[in-house]
Design a protein around this ligand. Structure first.
Ligand SMILES: [Zn+2]
Length: 302
C-alpha cells in the first residue's frame, strides 16, 4: 500500500520530535586546548575527545598550539564561540590577546575544565592561577599561596614554606567524597577505587576552592605527602563555572592508558564537564562505576 505524502511528512516530523526528546539536549560545544605539555598530549586530547563525543553530550573541536619554542603569535583560539573550554595544555606563554580572551570567556560565565597537568601551567600568570585555585611545579612556592589539604573534616590552608606540587609513584587509590549534594556528586559512591595514576600532592595556590568534591590519601609508603589531598573540586572565580580534576595522567598510547581508561575518571570527567558548561548534570552514574575495592575500565572510552 502507498502512503500519502502528508502522512509520511507527519511521521518524519514525529520521529524528529521523538529523537529530540530522547537525546533531550543540544550537544555542548566544546574546545580542547592542547599542543604543548610535559605529558603525552597526543594521547590525552584524543582520549578526552572520544570520552566526550561518545557520551553523546558534547561535540569537540581541538585547538593545537605551535610546538614549544615556536612563534606563539598566531595562537588565538576563539574561546567565546564555545560553551566549554577544556585546558589540556602546559607550555609556552600565550600572547596577551589570547590571555585576555580566555579571561573574558571565564568572566562572562564560560565553562572551564582544568585537567591534570594544566594546573602546572603559567605559574607567573596570576589570573590563570585563580582559575585553577591550586597548582604545582614550575617554580611554585609559598609566594604562590598556601598548601591546601583536608584535615579534621575540612579543607585547611597551610602557609608553611616549600615547593608546590609533587607526586609519589603511580598506584591505584581510593577517592573519598566530601560532598553529597553538588550536582556532579549526586549518585556517586562515597568511596571508589581509581586505576593506576599519579596522586598530585602538596599543591598550592590562591586556594579559592568553591566546593571540594573528592580527596584521596597520599600515603608516605608510596612517597606521598601523608596528607588527604584535594583532587577534584570546583573553583570560585567571577561568573565562571570551573571544574578542576587532577586525575588522568596520559599513558603511552590509547590502548595503554589506565588512568584515562578508568570508568571512574571518565564518568567524573563527563559529569564535571557537563556541570561546567550548563550548571546541571544529566550524565548517569552507570552500573559499572568502580566500588571501593574494584577498579573498572572502559577501554574504548565509552
Ligand atoms: Zn602526570
Amino acid at each position: 500500500m502507498k502512503y500519502p505524502i502528508l502522512y509520511k511528512l507527519v511521521c518524519v516530523f514525529a520521529f524528529i520530535l521523538l529523537a529530540g526528546s530522547v537525546s533531550g539536549k543540544k550537544p555542548i560545544k566544546t574546545l580542547i586546548v592542547t599542543g604543548q605539555n610535559n605529558h603525552n598530549w597526543q594521547v590525552s586530547n584524543v582520549a578526552l575527545k572520544k570520552i566526550m563525543e561518545q557520551s553523546g553530550r558534547f561535540v569537540v573541536d581541538i585547538a593545537v598550539s605551535p610546538a614549544a619554542g615556536e612563534d606563539m603569535s598566531s595562537f588565538s583560539p576563539d574561546f567565546a564561540a564555545y560553551q566549554l573550554v577544556v585546558v589540556d595544555y602546559n607550555g609556552d606563554s600565550w600572547i596577551e590577546a589570547t590571555r585576555q580572551n580566555f579571561i573574558s570567556f571565564a568572566r562572562n560565565g564560560g565553562g572551564i575544565v582544568i585537567y591534570h597537568a594544566a594546573d602546572n601551567a603559567f605559574s607567573n600568570w596570576p589570573e590563570f592561577n585563580k582559575i585553577c585555585a591550586l597548582g604545582g611545579w614550575e617554580g611554585r612556592d609559598e609566594k604562590s599561596g598556601p598548601y591546601v589539604y583536608w584535615l579534621d573534616g575540612k579543607l585547611i590552608k597551610d602557609s608553611a614554606p616549600g615547593p608546590g606540587g609533587s607526586h609519589g609513584k603511580q598506584h591505584e587509590y581510593v577517592l573519598n567524597a566530601r560532598d553529597e549534594v553538588h550536582p556532579i556528586m549526586k549518585g556517586l559512591p562515597k568511596k571508589w577505587r581509581h586505576a593506576t595514576d599519579e596522586l598530585y600532592d602538596r599543591m598550592r595556590g590562591p586556594g579559592n576552592i568553591q566546593d571540594i568534591l573528592f580527596t584521596a590519601y597520599s600515603d608516605k609508603s608510596t612517597n606521598g605527602s601523608g596528607r588527604e589531598e584535594p583532587l577534584m573540586f570546583t573553583v570560585n572565580y567571577e561568573k565562571a563555572r570551573i571544574f578542576h580534576t587532577m586525575l588522568g595522567h596520559a599513558g603511552e598510547s590509547l590502548e595503554n592508558n589506565p588512568a584515562m581508561q578508568c570508568t571512574g575518571f571518565q564518568i567524573t570527567f563527563l559529569r564535571g564537564a557537563e556541570w561546567a558548561a550548563t550548571g546541571k548534570v544529566t550524565i548517569k552514574v552507570p552500573e559499572d562505576f568502580p566500588t571501593e575495592t574494584r577498579v573498572t575500565f572502559r577501554l574504548d572510552y565509552k
